[in-house]
Design a protein around this ligand. Sequence first.
Ligand SMILES: Cc1cc2nc3c(=O)[nH]c(=O)nc-3n(C[C@H](O)[C@H](O)[C@H](O)COP(=O)(O)OP(=O)(O)OC[C@H]3O[C@@H](n4cnc5c(N)ncnc54)[C@H](O)[C@@H]3O)c2cc1C
Length: 307
Amino acid sequence: MNMKSWIIIIDERRAGGMLDAAKKLGGQVTAAVVGSRALADSIAKLGFDQVLCFETAEGIPAEAYALQVAEAAKAAAPRLVLASDSSVGRMLLGSVAAKLNATMIGAVRLLAVDGESIVASRSTADGKLLEDIEVPGALAAIFDGEDVEASSTKPVPVELMPVEDPGTTMRMVETIEAEEAAGLLTAARVVGVGVGLASKDDLKLIDDLAAAMHAEKACTLPVCDDMRWFPSNRVVGSSHSQIAPELYIAVGISGQPQHMSGIRDAKVVVAVNNDPEARIFKNCDYGILGDLYKVVPELISAFKNNG
Ligand SMILES: Cc1cc2nc3c(=O)[nH]c(=O)nc-3n(C[C@H](O)[C@H](O)[C@H](O)COP(=O)(O)OP(=O)(O)OC[C@H]3O[C@@H](n4cnc5c(N)ncnc54)[C@H](O)[C@@H]3O)c2cc1C
């Protein structure tokens, strides 16, 4: 098979993992960096066969270059295009996929070649199963596989791509600093808040639980989007952050797959829910069936007494 891969890079996240996955299929692996020259220089040391730099101008978001990246991808005609999971990565990959007329698949964890096809294994059923999809043509995939630390090599020359000023199509008009939630991504203990909480005032209960167990707080999507009780960097799930705490206590969360995929690497999941049929009871290590307004105060005392 004439295997040629493009990896769309907007930051260093999973760059090593994507490179490793593409190299295993054979053929040339190109990094298409959409960002600063400094990022391209650092990617050039990771072992890619070719590094292209679509240098973005000050104040213009990477998404504004999507069409130009897609045109260049069309000219190069790679068989496989990968990007890591982020809103920018998804948008760039989507544009490239449309130009290449490629099959687009998300949450791809492994890649292999079978005859003339690429086989993409993507996670499904809350990350418990891998589903193999055979793609006979071009494949554009969001890579969600293992990251691998790419060993430093002699840098390849960075090829600066001729980019045109995207003009007024998209401009950064304001940057609002999000509330610091970096601690959530590496926290050992996390309390997740769902729609089961009746009012914003009741967040005090969650604050007390988080303080008693020295935990960070997370939430489901509607608690952010509909209730506006938390900023989006506290949302855990398929479209937001993935976390891997030692302990996750889900309070008033039903356990929909989009939320559960964000905690699939949690060691111990405890669910507090008053509905015996709640889906989360099938996906937790310990289920506490009861009203959160009775259970959470008990948990707070237990953590205060036992740490
Ligand atoms: C494309 C797409 C992407 C999405 N991405 C995400 C994502 O990244 N993250 C995410 O979280 N969601 C995501 N969602 C939304 C997801 O599908 C669910 O709608 C959401 O996770 C449900 O949130 P919830 O569990 O808080 O609410 P609900 O499903 O309404 O569940 C509330 C739970 O609280 C329980 N409850 C009510 N009162 C009490 C009480 N007093 N005591 C105890 N329990 C009580 C109820 O029994 C119920 O089980 C996405 C959806 C789509 C379509």
